[in-house]
Every structure is written in structure tokens, then in C-alpha cells.
Design a protein around this ligand. Structure first.
Ligand SMILES: Nc1ncnc2c1ncn2[C@@H]1O[C@H](COP(=O)(O)OP(=O)(O)O)[C@@H](O)[C@H]1O
Ligand SMILES: [Mg+2]
Length: 318
């Protein structure tokens, strides 16, 4: 894990350049020290510049708050006639770790899948880096997706590719990197998630926790500005949950913006800046971990939390 910080700071392989932008080298490394400070807007962990389509090279005024990286404006989503998200408005500043929880079917996956357009919204708008995304297509949509890493519950690794090949695929095919550069980056990423020795392993030879760490390395390969996680540990055996959460905790500490759908309340308490509780397509709670756990406002959220924390006490008799 110690390698993670080194990689995030130094990076490897080709970089896009943008004069006049701060790099991580010039910033405090600890996220808690970053909070509340008037920092120039940067890509945080990557220290590199943003892609031209979304992340313009205009620093905000010196005394401004961190710019919103994601903004939902009255977002609605229906599947057929069924409403799934009912007017979501939400601002996520750069650098935040936001945990999203709520009952099954409440719209959590849909909420984060809309951000990188794995789903299309029915009404409203989602802005990423200040840019509306609902009408993007072609190259612009590809650039948006490059900025956003997505980690799925069931890993979604290609079974016929090794761990390294799963990571290099997008670098070679989308960014047209040379093989040697892509391999170097993949090795560095595998080192970062503690799997340096698994570069040549196929997914079937990896444990669930290892597969998910490869999937995280793959999500990091394009140096995303935002990471989305959809229940990244819920398909894992309990003893493997910790190794995945530890990688995620390091990423959060480095300052990359993350939205994490999870019911790992220990992670939420320790790592999240903010917890959203979703029910029937609406955000019923949007609170700091402290308030969420100790001053839960909505009865539905209170009930959900007590079911999660002590399921035996709240279970209905069969
Ligand atoms: N592709 C889809 N087609 C039709 N209905 C869907 C689709 N995806 C999700 N839904 C429905 O939308 C609702 C919310 O789903 P989802 O966002 O996956 O909830 P969660 O992640 O909170 O469990 C559910 O009722 C689900 O059945
Ligand atoms: Mg889901």
C-alpha cells in the first residue's frame, strides 16, 4: 500500500500538460489538511492537467471554495413508466468522498451510472467539471468517460485477459499508448494496489478481493478525476472486504473525488466526508458521518441504519 502514494504523486507514462496549474507536489498531501483551505483548483491526486474538453485551465478566484466537480440539477430518471429518481439536486465539490446508501431498489446504482452516462437521464441535467453532459456524444462523451473511473460490484474484468492486459486495454486502444508505456503504467498500478506479482494472472486465478483490486487499478489507468464505486465489496467473502476498502481509503486520503455506493458503514464513518441516504429515488439525508450516525433526521434512514447495524433486533419474524 505504501506504493500507492508514491505512484499517485509521481505518476508514470505520458502526461498531458497545462501550464500554470498546480501539481500535487506543491500541495499538502494529507486530505484532512486540504479541507477548508483555499487551494487552487487542481486534479488533486494526479497533479496533472485536466482534459481539454472538461477541465479548463482557469483557476478560480483565490478565495473561492473548491469548485463543484459534479452537479445534479433536478435530475429525473424513469425506466418505462416507472420513476426511479425523482428530482435529484446535488453538488459534489472536488476532493470529496461521498457514500451513497439506501435500500435495494432505491436508485443508488442509477444515480452514479447517470454520471458517466451508463444510463441516460429523463429530465434535468448533470454537470461534470461545470459542463452539461446530457447531450454529449462521440468524442466528447469518450473524453467524459476518460475522466471517470467506474468500479463494479462484480469486477467486470475480461476473463481472457491477464490482470495487466485488463489494465492496459484502454490505454492501448483508446489513448493509443505504446505497449511498453501501457505496461509500465499497469505494473505501477498493480504495485499500488499490492498486486505487483499478479500481472500475468488471469482473473480466474485471483480471489475476489484481488479481482476487485485489479478492477480499481484499471479504473485508475486513465488518471480519472472522479471514481465511482457501485457496491465494490458486496460480492466479496468477508475476509476480503478489508483489503479492498484499504485501497479505497488510500485513494480518498490522496484527495481523488469518489462517490461510493456501499453499506460498509465502518468505511462510511471513517472515510466519507458526507453520506447520502436514498429512498424511492429521493435523497432523504445528506449529512456528515457524525450527523448521519448520531443525529439521523429522517425516520426511514433511522430504520435503515438500525436494520443494518443490528439486523436481528429489527428482523420481522418469518
Ligand atoms: N435497466 C433497467 N431497466 C428497468 N428498470 C431498471 C433498470 N435498472 C434499474 N431499474 C429499476 O430501477 C430501480 C432502481 O434500481 P437501482 O438504481 O439499481 O437501485 P439500487 O442500486 O438502489 O438497488 C429498481 O426498481 C430497478 O428494478
Ligand atoms: Mg445497485
Amino acid at each position: 500500500m505504501a506504493g500507492l502514494r508514491r505512484f499517485l504523486i509521481s505518476g508514470s507514462g505520458p502526461r498531458r500538460r497545462c501550464p500554470g496549474r498546480a501539481t500535487l507536489r506543491s500541495l499538502p498531501r494529507n486530505k484532512s489538511r486540504l479541507r477548508g483551505r483555499n487551494l487552487p483548483r487542481t486534479r488533486g491526486v494526479w497533479g496533472g492537467p485536466a482534459s481539454p474538453a472538461f477541465l479548463h485551465c482557469f483557476p478560480p478566484p483565490e478565495d473561492s471554495m473548491p469548485a463543484p466537480l459534479i452537479e445534479f440539477r433536478d435530475v429525473h430518471k424513469t425506466f418505462g413508466a416507472a420513476p426511479v429518481l425523482n428530482g435529484i439536486s446535488l453538488v459534489v465539490p472536488e476532493g470529496q468522498t461521498v457514500v451513497v446508501c439506501g435500500p435495494s431498489g432505491s436508485g443508488k446504482s442509477t444515480l452514479i451510472r447517470l454520471i458517466n452516462r451508463l444510463e441516460t437521464l429523463s429530465a434535468g441535467e448533470i454537470l461534470v467539471g461545470g459542463q452539461p453532459t446530457s447531450r454529449l456524444s462521440g468524442e466528447a462523451l469518450r473524453v467524459l468517460r476518460q475522466e471517470i473511473g467506474f468500479v463494479f460490484q462484480h469486477f467486470n474484468l475480461y476473463g481472457h485477459l491477464t490482470a495487466e492486459e485488463n489494465i492496459t486495454l484502454a490505454l492501448r486502444k483508446v489513448l493509443r499508448w505504446r505497449d511498453a508505456d501501457a505496461r509500465e503504467r499497469a505494473r505501477a498500478l498493480l504495485r499500488r494496489v499490492g498486486l505487483e506479482d499478479k500481472a500475468d494472472a488471469y482473473p480466474e486465478a485471483l480471489s475476489g478481493g484481488q479481482k476487485q483490486r485489479v478492477a480499481i487499478a484499471r479504473a485508475l489507468s486513465m488518471r480519472p478525476r472522479l471514481l465511482l464505486f457501485d457496491e465494490p465489496t458486496s460480492a466479496l467473502d468477508p475476509e476480503m472486504v478489508g483489503e479492498v476498502l484499504a485501497v479505497m481509503r488510500e485513494l480518498a486520503a490522496e484527495g481523488i473525488t469518489m462517490m461510493v455506493v456501499t453499506h460498509e458503514m465502518g468505511f462510511a464513518r471513517e472515510v466519507a466526508d458526507r453520506i447520502l441516504f436514498l429512498d424511492q429515488g429521493e435523497i432523504l439525508e445528506d449529512a456528515s458521518p457524525r450527523d448521519f450516525f448520531h443525529a439521523t433526521r429522517h425516520p426511514r434512514a433511522r430504520r435503515f441504519l438500525s436494520q443494518l447495524l443490528s439486523p436481528l433486533h429489527t428482523a420481522e419474524p418469518a
